[in-house]
Design a binder for this molecule. Structure first.
Ligand SMILES: [Zn+2]
Length: 121
């Protein structure tokens, strides 16, 4: 049995799936959301550049069927992470864009008094 490590957020759900060959490298899930990396000077990051992770989701694909999000959609949402944008064929065979070296941009407050809930500043 293979266990996949997903990268995502509460708001955007799964954004990427960790590569089976390279720990910490997440291949983007392109069918259901748009993800890009925005540089500090507000450009779309070129391959190899670091910046803020920006996601948009208006629904989900279930197989080949698109199911719109009827409750909430997110457009150009900065999820508080920074990452390096990569766009090259991976050793696993994946040929789409990926995120690497993902880090939190904002510090977290550990609220041990609330069942381990973390609050992002
Ligand atoms: Zn890979």
């Amino acid at each position: 049995m293979n266990i996949l490590n997903l990268y995502g957020s509460t708001e955007a759900m799964p954004i990427g799936v960790e590569c089976i060959n390279q720990s910490g490298l997440f291949h983007l899930i392109p069918d259901s959301l748009f993800t890009y990396v925005r540089t500090a000077d507000n450009r779309v990051a070129a391959p190899g550049e670091r910046g803020d992770v920006i996601v948009s989701r208006i629904g989900w694909h279930v197989g080949h069927v698109f199911v719109p999000s009827y409750s909430s959609s997110i457009i150009n949402y900065a999820n508080g992470d920074s990452a390096m944008f990569l766009d090259e064929k991976c050793t696993c065979g994946y040929e789409g864009p990926s995120l690497g070296a993902i880090e939190r941009s904002e510090p977290a407050l550990n609220r041990a008094d609330q069942s381990g809930c973390q609050v992002w500043e």
